[in-house]
Design a protein around this ligand. Sequence first.
Ligand code: 13P
Length: 251
Amino acid sequence: MHLKPVIAANWKLNHSPTDAKAFLQRFLAQSPKLNERTLIFFPSAITITTVIEGLRERPDVWVGVQNVHSEAQGAFTGENSVLMARDVGARVVLVGHSERRHVFGETDAITTKKMALIAQARLTAMLCVGETLEEREAGRTASVVERQLTAGLAELDDAQVASVMLAYEPVWAIGTGRTATPEDASEIHGVLRRALVSRVGEKVAAGIPILYGGSVNRGNASLLLAAADVDGLLVGGASLDADSWASIVRA
Ligand code: 13P
């Protein structure tokens, strides 16, 4: 099955509401509805309402949050809730991004809880997996991403697994300008697809988009997207500029 590519912008800790307004004005002026792509923006929690309002005329574009807390509510100062994300109109939640794992110490056990919570809230989770340079050089890439995938899906039933998205983001390729080759990406996406097949069977596994992320830009986007088992792109730095983003979504 050939999936409709999912092209997602992770703005990380960039773009205030004011920046986002200017971005959307410029981006929307040059990017009419694309039936053959699903677009997603992941702005910061503070900027998300501005983005959702700015896309009111474009229900084809999804908006998501970059993180939620592992509990739905309570005394957790500084955190954001999956229920609030849903209330504000977010449709997707990033889980286990490498910066969450490596800067904020998010463990596999935490991703297990978050994935379950997001499924219960009936939002789409985009689970990120990826190996560090050290793990890659030790030949452990496949086992690392399989472990992260298993943990992320541990508490989901098969119907819930069917609605997740995955993103393979090798840690050594994020923000470094060092991209995985399309062959590298295909190889690991294949590992993930086979792991999904053994979890939920061929048919469901074929319908789960697996995005590649890590130094994607307008120069390499179309080659990466053409690689086997690459069903989309998760873009950081190159999604911040409206013109660069507009050309990536057409890749
Ligand atoms: P860069 O595109 O800046 O390498 O970031 C990738 C990423 O982490 C997207 O989630």
